[in-house]
Design a binder for this molecule. Structure first.
Ligand code: ATP
Length: 209
């Protein structure tokens, strides 16, 4: 369903990804491993259309999307949760959820809150007053409000309290059981044991296993 072929990405004159090709099938959980600076974030951003300069082909559900703007990629089912979460910290939890929402908003909100019940108890709280783990749950829930079929997650369990790591992991595994496809960059092996496959990036190149 997702196919990346011969992807190269540059930041200015510096090349960050070299000839990366991969496929992710519908319903899979694929973990993307690699050291700091290996290119994990760059790969997820390129798939979402957020790279400054990229060449190569990206298709999703048989549509060539490599020239599409990020919002158009979101419309066909791609959802991206950045490592820094990118919440609107001046807004409440509810406002953050509704800002990006599309489609049947009440149903999507109910589904997101079912996945992360802790958020339901803090809907009127400014997101600036949440812990790192709570913010991570909100960032994922907000992306779910767009109805993604493929979730691209950058270090979802990094730097958050163990109890909330567990909540995030359980929620992601439930999403997988509901049929959502997951491509997850992580270094801390929280989801690796549940992965259908693991891909490893090193210095911008995908390693052959
Ligand atoms: P980390 O876990 O530390 O984020 P990563 O595997 O996600 O690591 P990337 O953030 O994708 O790696 O970085 C890949 C390479 O691209 C690194 O050499 C990094 O310095 C460089 N890079 C990333 N973002 C930028 C940017 N905005 N401008 C210039 N270079 C960048």
């Amino acid at each position: 369903m997702l196919e990346v072929r011969h992807l190269n990405v540059w930041y200015g004159a510096a090349q960050a990804l070299f000839d990366v090709s991969l496929q992710v099938a519908a319903g899979e959980l694929v973990v993307l491993e690699g050291l700091n600076g290996a290119g994990k974030s760059t790969l997820l951003q390129a798939i979402m259309g957020l790279s400054p300069r990229a060449t190569g082909a990206i298709s999703y559900q048989k549509k060539s999307i490599e020239r599409w703007e990020p919002h158009r990629r979101a419309l066909i089912g791609l959802g991206y949760v950045a490592e820094d979460r990118r919440l609107f910290t001046g807004l409440t939890v509810r406002e953050n959820l509704r800002l990006a929402a599309r489609g049947d908003v009440p149903a999507r909100e109910a589904q997101a809150l079912q996945l992360f019940p802790a958020l339901a108890t803090m809907l009127d709280r400014p997101s600036s007053q949440m812990s790192g783990g709570e913010q991570q749950m909100l960032a994922i829930a907000r992306t779910l409000m767009t109805g993604p079929t493929l979730l691209l997650l950058d270090e979802p369990c990094e730097g958050i309290a163990p109890l909330l790591v567990e909540a995030v992991r359980e929620a992601l595994l439930l999403l997988k059981r509901q049929g959502v496809t997951l491509l997850v960059a992580e270094q801390n092996q929280i989801l690796a044991a549940h992965a259908d496959r693991t891909l490893t990036l090193a210095a911008g190149r995908l390693q052959q296993c």
